[in-house]
Design a protein around this ligand. Structure first.
Ligand SMILES: O=C(O)[C@H](O)[C@@H](O)[C@H](O)[C@H](O)COP(=O)(O)O
Length: 266
């Protein structure tokens, strides 16, 4: 059973004792969003991150989701990617392909991975170009507030330092307002070269879910979720504030161990 707290500003925080409960609830949530999006606009545009998130959403490859989700309508994107060959052990594409995409009938041409044959800067530029084409054809919706792409769902993990996607604390990419996709060549988490969606794109999504497990992330989760004042202006996870979309945090007990649950109002 999740201890769920709806906070004042519309964020939802869900905390689970058992990882399998979290995986099931998240899979339910994703399949509900997929169904609603397919009903409303015929497609589901979802952007995923790397890391432990992939094994968590691997639940979607199991029954009933494997049979009930309309996989033919899914379009897959990466919120961030390491600039490596697609068959490299550290590639987010490879991680997702091996752990998820190869196990469900997603149309191969709907899987939009980065150009892995060019520099980080060019890969970011190319990826933004691809996204612009798909916004034009409305595979991806567009935000009426920011003119940014409006993904149906963006799935994020979070690092112990509070990074999300490949947006790291105190990094200049956090200030990027014009580009949809940018690049880093000095990522503190290896490998150093990455591309990443910018905050305006993340915050334009219809739905954002941040999935965090493990005690190493408890402090960052506390700083991002609890109202700790203006002392941590550059914590990327705290900057995830969808303009009109819905934000849900999925945490296990260990990651939630420093949260001030008394502030939650159901
Ligand atoms: O490619 C990456 O490195 C990411 O997309 C990154 O943002 C990741 O989601 C977090 O670092 C959490 O990773 P873990 O869940 O594995 O700790």
């Amino acid at each position: 059973m999740a201890l769920s707290g709806a906070k004042k500003d519309g964020r939802e925080v869900k905390i689970y004792e058992y990882l399998d409960e979290l995986r099931t609830d998240l899979a339910d949530y994703i399949s509900e969003l997929s169904e609603a999006s397919v009903k409303e606009r015929g497609v589901f545009a979802i952007a995923i991150s790397g890391g432990s998130l992939i094994s968590i959403i691997g639940k979607l490859c199991e029954a009933p989701y494997s049979k009930t989700v309309d996989w033919s309508k899914w379009y897959i994107f990466w919120v961030d990617e390491r600039v490596l060959a697609k068959n490299h052990a550290d590639s987010n594409y490879k991680l997702a392909k091996d752990g998820f995409l190869s196990k469900v009938p997603i149309v191969p041409s709907h899987v939009h991975s980065i150009n892995d044959t060019v520099s980080a800067e060019k890969a970011a530029e190319d990826y933004e170009f691809v996204i612009r084409q798909l916004v034009r054809t409305r595979v991806i919706n567009v935000s009426d507030v920011s003119d940014c792409p409006k993904f149906d769902l963006i799935l994020l993990g979070m690092g112990p330092d509070g990074h999300i996607a490949s947006l790291f604390p105190d990094h200049s990419t956090l200030d990027e307002k014009d580009e949809w996709v940018t690049f880093v060549t000095d990522s503190p988490k290896p490998p150093p070269e990455r591309i990443t969606f910018t905050l305006p794109v993340i915050n334009s999504a219809s739905n954002v879910a941040v999935v965090v497990t493990g005690s190493s992330k408890a402090e960052a989760a506390h700083l991002a979720i609890d109202d700790v004042g203006p002392d941590y202006p550059s914590l990327p996870a705290k900057m995830v504030q969808p303009t009109k979309g819905k934000l849900v945090w999925y945490l296990d007990n260990a990651a939630a161990s420093k949260l001030d649950c008394t502030k939650f109002s159901d």
